[in-house]
Write a protein that binds this ligand. Structure first.
Ligand code: CAA
Length: 565
C-alpha cells in the first residue's frame, strides 16, 4: 500500500484552512497554496487562530501548536506541490477553475500522486475528465468545520482506480475521520439530504407562518440537531447552499431541491451568511457567529396562574410536575368518572391522550377509553369504532365556557372536541415533543380564527413550565414534523435508489452534520408507520406529491420492520 506523508491543499478559505489543520494535526507535512501571497498568508492566519483557540481552551499545548504550524508551508505557486503524494483542491465551486487547476496539476505532480477534490456539488467525473490520468482523481469531501466533523465522503468515478480509493479511505481513517465511499451523484449523500432539508426550512420561513428563531428552535430543540436550519445555512454559506440546490435541481428536477426565491435573493445581494456578516441573521462582524439582530429577550407575559391537566400517562404526569414546579396551580384530572363541572372557569385546560392500550378491541395505544370501561358502551374509541372520541374529553369540553382556553395535545384529544364545545371557547392545539439534548419543545398552533391572547397565554404557560416554545400556523406536521418527515423520506428514497446503504447514510448524517442519530435510527425510533402517516396527512393537506411516503417506507410500516437490524 502506498504511503501518504506529504499533502498539498489548494484554496485556503474556510474549508481549505480546516483541511490543512486536519492533515497537520495528524502529523502529515502540508503545503498550503492559494492564488496570491496575501491569500496564502490569510490561510496561515486561519490556522494560527484556530489552533490558538484550542490552546486557549487547554485542548492543545503550545508545543503541539508549534509542531502543527511547523508542519505547514505556505505558497502561492502550484509548482510547490511537485513533491506531494496527494493534493486536495478546495477552491470555489466553479467548474472552469477546478478543471484548470487539475489540468495544470497533471504537469506538476508525480505520476503516482493522487488528485482529490473537496467539491461539494460539482461532478467529479467532469473534473477527472480534464486530466490525463482520471484513474487517480477522487473526491475527498470534508464537512464544515473540518477539524470538528468526522465525515469524509470519498467519491469515486467510474474510472477511479481501486487502489487510489483504498489509499484515500485508509488515510481518512488515519486522520481520525469516518470515510463513506460512494459514487459520483449530485450532492453525494450528506448534501443531497441536508441541503434539501435546508431548502424546505427556507421555504417555510418564506411563508411567514413561523419566525426565523422558531424554525431554528424546531431543528435544534424539536429534532435535536446541533443547530437550527437557518443558522446552519448561514454557517455553510448561502452561496454554497444555493450552488448545491442548483446542482441537485438540475440533476433531479425535484421542486423540493430548487433554490428558494429568498435564498437566491440573499445571494444576489451578497448576504452570504456568517462569512459576510449577514444572511438570515446579522452577525457582529464577518466570520463571527455572534448574532446582533436577535429579538429582545422579553419575558412572556400572560402565563395562566391555574391550569387543569385532563388525561393520564407520562405526558400528563410530566406536565403536572412541570407546571406545579413553575408555581402554577394545577388540577390533575386523571379519572374519567371525576366531576368535570368544577373545571369551568379554569383559564387553561390541557387535554392529554387517554389511558394507553386500554381498548381491548383493537389494543391501540392511543385509545381514549378509560380502563374498566367496556368499549361497546363508549363511543370514545376512534381507532376501532370509527367515530370521534367523545366520552371523557367531550364531557370536559361541554362543561367549559369562554373563560377557558382548551389545549388538545394530540389528534384524538382534538377530535374529542368536535361538536362538543361552545364556539366561544378558544382552542389552541399544541404538540409536545420528546426532550432532546437542547430541551423540550412545545409547538403552539395558531388557528385561522384563533385569538392572539389565547395563543400568547398558552405559549407563556408552557414557557413558564420550562419548555422551549414556538408558535406557528395550524398546518399538518406544524414545523418539526413538516421539516423532519420529508427529510427522513428523502433518506429512504436514497436507500431505495441503491446509491447508499442505511448504515452509510446514518454515518454521513451523524459524522458529517453532527446529528445525534442518523435518519434510519430516527425512523426506527419514531416508527415507520407514524412517519408514513404524518407524510400522508401533509400530502393530503398540501397536495404536494413530493410528500407521498416512499414505497420502501410504506413497506416497512406495513410489515412493522425496522431499517437497522
Ligand atoms: N474549527 C475548529 N474547531 C471548532 C470550530 C472550527 N471552525 N467550530 C467549533 N469548533 C470546536 C469548538 O472549539 C468546540 O471544541 P471543544 O468542545 O473541544 O471546546 C467544539 O467544536 C464545539 O463548539 P462550540 O462549543 O463552539 O459549539 P457547538 O457545540 O454548537 O458546536 C458545531 C459547533 C461543531 C459547528 C456544531 O454546532 C455542529 O456540528 N453543527 C452542525 C454543522 C454541520 O452540519 N456541518 C455540515 C455542513 S454541510 C458541509 O459542510 C458540506 C458542504 O459541502 C456544504
Amino acid at each position: 500500500m502506498r504511503e501518504i506523508t506529504t499533502v498539498g491543499v489548494i484554496g485556503l478559505g474556510t474549508m481549505g484552512a480546516g483541511i490543512v489543520e486536519v492533515f497537520a494535526k495528524a502529523g502529515l507535512s502540508v503545503v498550503g497554496v492559494d492564488g496570491t501571497p496575501e491569500l496564502a498568508e490569510r490561510g496561515r492566519g486561519f490556522l494560527e487562530a484556530s489552533t490558538g483557540r484550542a490552546v486557549a481552551k487547554g485542548r492543545l499545548s503550545e508545543e503541539d501548536q508549534a509542531a502543527v504550524l511547523g508542519r505547514v508551508t505556505w505558497s502561492h505557486r502550484l509548482t510547490d506541490l511537485a513533491g506531494a503524494d496527494l493534493v486536495v483542491e478546495a477552491v470555489p465551486e466553479r467548474m472552469e477553475i477546478k478543471r484548470d487547476i487539475f489540468t495544470t496539476l497533471d504537469g506538476i505532480v508525480r505520476e503516482d500522486a493522487i488528485l482529490a477534490s473537496n467539491t461539494s456539488s460539482l461532478s467529479l467525473t467532469e473534473i477527472a475528465a480534464a486530466t490525463a490520468q482520471p484513474q487517480r482523481v477522487i473526491g475527498m469531501h470534508f464537512f464544515n468545520p473540518a477539524p470538528v466533523l468526522a465525515l469524509v465522503e470519498v467519491i469515486t468515478t467510474l474510472l477511479t482506480d481501486d487502489e487510489v480509493t483504498g489509499a484515500v479511505r485508509e488515510l481518512a481513517v488515519r486522520l481520525g475521520k469516518k470515510p463513506v465511499v460512494v459514487g459520483d451523484r449530485a450532492g453525494f449523500v450528506a448534501n443531497a439530504l441536508l441541503i434539501t432539508y435546508l431548502a424546505r426550512a427556507i421555504r417555510m420561513y418564506e411563508t411567514g407562518h413561523v419566525s426565523r428563531e422558531d424554525i431554528d428552535a424546531a431543528g435544534k430543540v424539536g429534532i435535536g440537531l446541533p443547530m437550527g436550519p437557518l443558522t446552519l445555512a448561514d454557517l455553510i454559506g448561502l452561496d454554497v447552499v444555493k450552488e448545491v440546490c442548483d446542482v441537485l435541481y438540475a440533476a433531479t428536477h425535484e421542486p423540493s431541491a430548487a433554490p428558494p426565491a429568498l435564498l437566491q435573493q440573499l445571494v444576489t445581494v451578497g448576504r452570504l451568511g456568517r462569512k459576510t456578516g449577514q444572511g438570515f441573521y446579522a452577525y457582529e462582524k464577518p466570520g463571527s457567529g455572534v448574532v446582533t439582530d436577535a429579538p429582545e429577550a422579553v419575558g412572556r407575559p400572560g402565563a395562566a396562574s391555574s391550569v387543569a391537566v385532563v388525561g393520564t400517562g407520562d405526558l400528563a404526569t410530566d406536565l403536572v410536575d412541570r407546571l406545579t414546579a413553575a408555581g402554577t396551580t394545577v388540577t390533575a384530572v386523571d379519572d374519567p368518572g371525576a366531576d368535570t363541572a368544577s373545571l369551568a372557569g379554569t383559564p387553561v385546560v390541557v387535554l392529554v391522550g387517554g389511558p394507553e392500550g386500554s381498548c381491548e378491541d383493537c389494543g391501540s395505544g392511543d385509545c381514549l377509553i378509560a380502563e374498566g370501561v367496556d368499549p361497546s358502551d363508549a363511543t370514545a374509541c376512534e381507532c376501532c369504532h370509527g367515530t370521534a372520541p367523545e366520552a371523557w374529553f367531550g364531557a370536559v369540553a361541554e362543561s367549559l365556557d369562554s373563560r377557558t382556553v382548551l389545549v388538545p395535545t394530540d389528534e384524538p384529544s382534538a377530535w374529542a372536541l368536535l361538536g362538543r364545545i361552545d364556539p366561544e371557547v378558544q382552542v389552541v392545539p399544541v404538540a409536545v415533543h420528546r426532550p432532546t439534548r437542547s430541551g423540550s419543545l412545545v409547538e403552539v398552533a395558531r388557528q385561522i380564527d384563533g385569538d392572539d391572547g389565547a395563543v400568547r397565554s398558552v405559549d407563556a404557560t408552557f414557557a413558564a413550565a420550562g419548555f422551549v416554545t414556538l408558535v406557528t400556523r395550524d398546518r399538518a406536521g406544524l414545523v418539526v414534523d413538516a421539516l423532519l418527515y420529508p427529510h427522513l423520506n428523502d433518506a429512504v428514497r436514497m436507500l431505495d435508489s441503491g446509491y447508499a446503504g442505511a448504515a452509510d447514510i446514518d454515518t454521513a448524517m451523524t459524522a458529517g452534520c453532527g446529528y445525534p442519530q442518523g435518519p434510519f435510527a430516527m425512523i426506527d425510533e419514531i416508527g415507520a408507520d407514524e412517519v408514513a402517516d404524518g407524510l400522508t396527512d401533509m400530502q393530503t393537506e398540501t397536495g404536494d406529491p413530493a410528500l407521498s411516503p416512499s414505497p420502501l417506507l410504506v413497506e416497512h410500516a406495513v410489515a412493522n420492520r425496522s431499517f437497522l437490524g
